[in-house]
Each structure stands twice: as C-alpha cells, then as structure tokens.
Design a binder for this molecule. Structure first.
Ligand code: G6P
Length: 497
C-alpha cells in the first residue's frame, strides 16, 4: 500500500464500491471499475488483503451479483487482486429514497449550495418517509461493519473508515453497535456554512451532525470545509470546540477534526496514460484539432461543475478576442451522471443547447471550435489532459476536484490552470493557477485569454509547480494519515483510561 503502515484489519464503507456490474443480453454479468474521485482514491489503497470494502448494490446488475455471492462477499476474481468486497443488497425502494431523494437531492444540494431557494427545498410529508429510508440504509452499513469487526475481533481490533455524505449517520450507529471500534468518517464534499445548513429540517440537521460525531476522527478535504462543519456543530448542537487541538466534544465524546487533502499518485497515473489506448486517442484528437491550442475540461455532467457557465465563458472569449478564432478548440467532456434525477437530465440538455449555440455562432469550414462529448471514455480523458494547453475547472463548489490535480500531472508540455476559488483544490493550487469566481463569466473569459496567451516557459513553470503540489498527498498517504490519527487517539485514550 505505497509504503503506508496498516496494522490490523481496516473496514472501508462507501455507497459506490470499486466495481459495478452490468447484465448483458445473454444474461452474463460484466464488471467495471466504479467512478468518481472517492472511488479512485480508495481503490489505490484497497488492494490490501487485510481490508474489507463494504458498498451498496447500485444497479440491477449489482443486485444480481450481490445475491449470487454468499453473504454478499464478491468473488475476488470479480473485484481485482486482493480486494475483499461485500456488496449490500439493499432493497431497491430503500436505496432509491436514500440515494436519490436524501443523499443526492438533499445533502448534496445543501453542501454544494445548489438550491434555487424560491422554490426548493420543500420538506413535505414524503420527506419523513425518505429520511426513514436513509436511516435504514445507514443501519444496513453499520450492521455489516459491526459484523465484520466482530469476525476480526480475535486479532488486532478492526478500524472502520466510513466515507461521505451518504453514510453520515453510520458512525454513530456503528459506535452504538460495536463500542470501542475506532471509527473515522471522511467527507468528500464541501460542508455548508451554518446559514445554508439551516435549510435542513432542524432535527435532520442535528441528526447528521451527531451521526458524524459518532466517529473518533472526522476528515475533510480542506480547512474551509472542516471549519464549516465545526461551526455547524457549535451552532446547532452547542458542541464544545477546542480549535487549538482540532477537537469537537459532544455528550462526553471527543471527535478529532482532520484536514486530509487527497492528491494523486503521479507515477501510477502517468503509467496508465502511457498505454496504447491513450496514445490512439491522442492521435485521434490531434487529427480533430489540427495543432490548435486546446482548452480542456473533464467532468461528470454535475450541476455543481458549472459546465454551462464554462461554455458561456468560452463563447465570451471568442466574442471578445476574435484573434483566437481558428487558433483554439475547446474539448469538453461531460459524462453522464445521476440521470435518475430530473435536474441532471435537464442540465445535460442545457449543456448541449449551449454547445449548439457556440457551434452556430462560430463554426467555420475547417474549424470546429468545440468538441463536446457526453459518453464516458477514460483513456480519451487522459489523452485530452496530456494534450491540454489550458485546463478549465470552474465548479460552483467542489470538495476537492481531482481533475485540477490530474491535469498538470498528465500534461505533456505544461498546461495553464483556470480554477474556481470554490474548489477545495484551490487551497493547494491557488498560487500557480488563474483563480476565478465561478459565477463571473466575464472574468473566466479573461482568465482563459490570459491562459492562452501565457508564454510556454511560464506555463511550464507553473504546471510543474502545480503537478508537485498535486502529487504531495497520494491516496496511500491520505489514507494512512487518517488511520494514524485514529491510532493516536486510541493511544491517548488508553493513557487517560
Ligand atoms: C463525488 C462524491 C462521491 C461519489 C461521486 C460520484 O465524488 O463525493 O461520493 O461517489 O461523486 O457520484 P455518484 O452519485 O455517481 O456515486
């Protein structure tokens, strides 16, 4: 595990697991790597024999695989070498309510501040049913973790590392079911400041906070999100905060607060990007863009990623700086995400509408100003990052944004990074990026111009500094730091006890 020290079994829990299954026309299951920043970070450390990863069955294919596996323990042939995975067959109705209605339509919206508040949210009677399902879903994870901890209890006690907003109640539930197990929780999202967090029903807001405070260690991607969490604990629970020690105490239990800015394993990523499928896509992209400067973005089609304003900024650049016509192309990859939610389907349509407007206004024979792709192709994303002159990362709000880190690491000749101040990554990359307010389209257009006009030397210098910062905390270190924080806490408790 990249040299990290891991003693005793480690239990990981997350909604999305490292594999997902689809059922083919012939009824056979095929396995594929799970998506998203959290899964790629954890996959890099989870190939240890002493780890068990508990995740939910997300699709019908997953449910078939989970039911076929004894106790949901997937066969190691299906999961990759050394990875033990238990996939929970959560009843479909419970899962839909927990994942779509609560996790993605409520908690995600609150933490990313995505609501159009004159009309949403509106917590009517159906929310009570959805919240109950969310509790049930968290209980199923807590029970699976408690089982695994008991099974491991004859040797060194297990430690549980619970991921993200989907599982914010599970730390408290697990602490109640299996007292004494060291528990960490990690938030891969931003955390809402108290004035926005208030949108949640009062009891729900408190239950989320007390859920996470069931953990011994609560981790965040940057100081800003950690501070917002602590502020919410103070405001809504009256918890006692020891800012110097980075601790919150509530009802006699102390939770330490840690900032662990997940980064990239540069060697592994570059190795992957040197494979033949990536080289083939680089050749195809070079053919399509004909030596022009490339502005690249790679995102899920996610409301918080701000793709429409990113395209507007590109349109503004072409309107205000005609000198770039025919000299630049924007490669925008916007992969499908959360299409069960109507807002996401509408957002995808809005991205496509804006792309058509740009084509209508600027395309000429021999110059395609925009290449928008909406189907997922990982090697093609790597190819585009290797060739990028400018990376555009302008989220409304983002826990970290790993693409901001991957871009400079992958870049062959150095790329300029136009980066939102609202991405967690800005805390580490801000000095060498061109920072923008994600709502200020005119400013973003000016930053794109500056990035395109930057001298190759300046670009290389900044890109090298960005790549170094991006590689500073590879997943193995990010993970072992959290375990070390848990161990320190256990040791200090043993001394006190
Ligand atoms: C973000 C979240 C992850 C999530 C990912 C993909 O990175 O922090 O928890 O797995 O988005 O979202 P999805 O809903 O497709 O799992």
């Amino acid at each position: 595990m990249g040299g990290a020290q891991v003693d005793g079994p480690v239990l990981i829990a997350s909604n999305r697991g490292p594999v997902s299954f689809t059922k083919g026309d012939d009824g056979r299951l095929s396995a594929k790597r799970g998506g998203g920043g959290m899964v790629s970070g954890l996959s890099a450390v989870a190939d240890e024999s002493d780890m068990l990863w508990v995740c939910a069955a997300l699709s019908d294919g997953d449910r078939v695989a989970a039911r076929a596996a004894p106790g949901g323990m997937l066969d190691r042939d299906q999961t990759g070498p050394g990875m033990a995975v238990r996939m929970l067959d959560i009843p479909a109705a419970v899962f839909q309510r927990a994942y779509n209605a609560v996790a993605n339509s409520t908690l995600w919206f609150v933490h990313h501040m995505l609501y159009d508040t004159p009309s949403r949210p509106s917590f009517g009677p159906s929310f009570a049913r959805e919240w109950e399902a969310f509790r049930r879903y968290n209980e199923m994870f807590a029970a699976a973790l408690a089982d695994a901890a008991r099974a491991a209890a004859d040797g060194t006690p297990a430690r549980a590392v619970i991921q993200d907003y989907h599982l914010c109640l599970a730390p408290r539930m697990l602490a109640d079911q299996a007292p004494g197990i060291p528990i960490a929780h990690f938030s891969h999202t931003p955390w809402a400041p108290p004035d926005y967090y208030r949108l949640l029903p009062d009891d729900v807001g408190r239950e989320v906070l007390t859920g996470i405070l069931g953990a011994d260690h609560a981790g965040f991607l940057c100081q800003r999100w950690a501070d917002a969490f602590v502020d919410c604990c103070e405001t809504f629970l009256g918890a006692t905060v020891d800012a110097g020690r980075g601790q919150v105490s509530y009802r006699g239990h102390i939770t330490s607060i840690g900032v662990h800015p997940l980064g990239v394993d540069a060697g592994q990523l570059r190795e992957r990007a040197a494979e033949r499928d990536v080289l083939a896509r680089m050749a195809a992209l070079a053919g399509a863009t004909d030596g022009r400067q490339l502005i690249v973005r790679v995102d899920r089609t996610e409301l918080s990623k701000n793709i429409v304003r990113g395209l507007e900024a590109y349109r503004e650049l072409l309107r205000t700086h005609p000198e770039w016509h025919r000299k630049v192309a924007h490669v925008a990859f916007a992969y499908p995400s959360r299409h069960d939610l109507p807002e996401y389907r509408e957002y995808t349509a809005a991205v496509q509408r804006m792309a058509r407007q740009i084509e209508d206004e600027f395309a000429e024979p021999g110059w395609d100003p925009l290449l928008l792709e909406v189907d997922d192709d990982y090697p093609r994303s790597l190819a585009a990052c290797r060739m990028a002159d400018v990376m555009l990362i302008n989220p409304i709000r983002d826990g970290m944004n790993l693409v901001a880190k991957e871009g400079p690491i992958l870049s062959d000749h150095g790329c300029a990074l136009v980066l939102s101040t609202e991405a967690g990554a800005a805390a580490e990359l801000g000095d060498n990026a061109l920072l923008v307010n994600p709502f200020d389209v005119a400013q973003t257009a000016r930053a794109l111009h500056e990035a395109l006009a930057m001298s190759p030397d300046e670009r290389r210098r900044r890109s090298a500094a960005l790549a170094a910062a991006a590689a500073a905390m590879p997943p193995s270190r990010w993970f072992s730091d959290q375990l070390a924080a848990l161990d320190r806490l256990a040791a200090s408790r043993a001394r006190v006890g």
